[in-house]
Design a protein around this ligand. Structure first.
Ligand SMILES: CC(C)(COP(=O)(O)OP(=O)(O)OC[C@H]1O[C@@H](n2cnc3c(N)ncnc32)[C@H](O)[C@@H]1OP(=O)(O)O)[C@@H](O)C(=O)NCCC(=O)NCCSC(=O)C[C@@](O)(CC(=O)O)C(=O)O
Ligand SMILES: [Mg+2]
Length: 295
């Protein structure tokens, strides 16, 4: 699961040290926009050492600089030998961007003796051009496991701003869900910058869950649990899903493919959705908070 992917500035030793304790599904050690140009060398060395020496209890990703900048290649060459799980390429605009990074990862995997394909990739779409090429980007490498939207850069490219209800990102978010689902990979929403606005964060996370996203990029530990609560099926949803499956089994026993439950039709897509809720709840176990705990 990649419900919460937390950015950690790669030049902050204290944050790198503690990044694993907050329960994020993934930590993303950032050497791109959270790091000033003068700090790039120091940050990539810090990130390398952190990955090499700390046993993080979650997936470890790195966000490199774009491969066409002077920093992208040294980012990969310095950090990959520490073997992060995942490389996030920001501002991806073409399938060739992905292939270039893929090729460098392949070379480092060979030289370091890592299993081929063991380092995964994801791309962040942050421009109109990237969005229009999304289908080619998500299918450009077998390493691709997810695609994200980088909302802050995206609205800058569109020459607009972010609003509370997210109307400016609606088309892009939906397009990305389509591209990701068609490629069979996960789709991750953007960050929410105002870490003190809990109500706004909850509303945005509920929206992106309804749009079909698998998770959200976050920038602060206090946002992690909120995402997990919103993505966890509620007790009511789990109970309803169980009743749907039971009703459908009853229908099948009577040689029917359709049945009514509480006055509503139950057929195969509804059963598939119910099964997905049960699988999701089972994957979470019984220790995860769910929506009932939301403020
Ligand atoms: C926002 C703030 C300054 C608030 O600081 P505050 O000091 O008020 O935080 P507090 O809540 O007081 O911290 C309580 C305790 O948690 C620790 N703690 C906090 N944050 C932590 C963290 N992230 N990792 C580990 N530890 C953390 C802290 O050290 C303290 O520990 P302790 O002292 O021990 O108690 C801080 O969070 C922060 O720097 N965030 C990361 C920002 C960042 O990475 N931006 C770049 C990525 S976005 C981007 O580039 C846009 C994008 O590209 C995105 C896309 O593509 O999706 C696009 O285009 O949209
Ligand atoms: Mg960005």
């Amino acid at each position: 699961m990649r419900r919460s992917m937390m950015f950690v500035p790669g030049n902050n030793p204290g944050m790198l040290q503690n990044a694993g304790i907050y329960g994020a599904d993934t930590v993303i050690f950032d050497v791109e926009d959270a790091v000033a140009l003068t700090e790039k060398d120091a940050a990539r060395n810090l990130v390398h050492n952190a990955i090499k020496t700390i046993a993080y209890p979650c997936e470890v990703a790195i966000r490199i600089n774009h491969i066409e900048t002077p920093f992208g290649l040294p980012d990969l060459q310095t950090i990959l030998p520490a073997k992060p799980d995942l490389v996030r390429l920001p501002k991806a605009e073409t399938a060739d961007d992905i292939r270039q990074v893929d090729q460098i990862i392949t070379e480092v995997e060979k030289s370091q003796g890592f299993a081929p394909g063991s380092i995964k990739m994801m791309a962040a779409i942050e421009t109109a051009k990237g969005l229009l090429n999304a289908s080619a980007i998500v299918t450009a490498s077998d390493r691709m496991v997810a695609v994200a939207i980088g909302g802050e850069d995206f609205v800058a490219d569109l020459r607009t701003t972010r609003t509370k209800d997210g109307k400016e990102l609606f088309a892009a978010r939906s397009h990305l869900v389509l591209a990701g689902r068609a490629a069979g990979i996960q789709v991750i929403d953007s960050v929410f910058a105002d870490v003190k606005d809990e109500e706004g964060f909850i509303a945005e996370t509920q929206l992106i869950k309804e749009l079909g996203f698998d998770g959200k990029s976050v920038i602060n530990p206090r946002q992690i649990n909120l995402v997990h609560q919103i993505f966890a099926p509620s007790a009511k949803e789990v109970d309803h899903a169980r009743r749907v499956i039971a009703a459908y089994e009853e229908a099948l026993a009577k040689k029917s493919g359709v049945i009514a439950l509480d006055g509503r039709m139950i057929d195969t897509p509804i059963v598939a959705r119910a099964q997905r809720i049960l699988d999701y709840a089972a994957a979470l176990g019984h220790n995860e908070p769910n929506q009932e705990g939301l403020p």
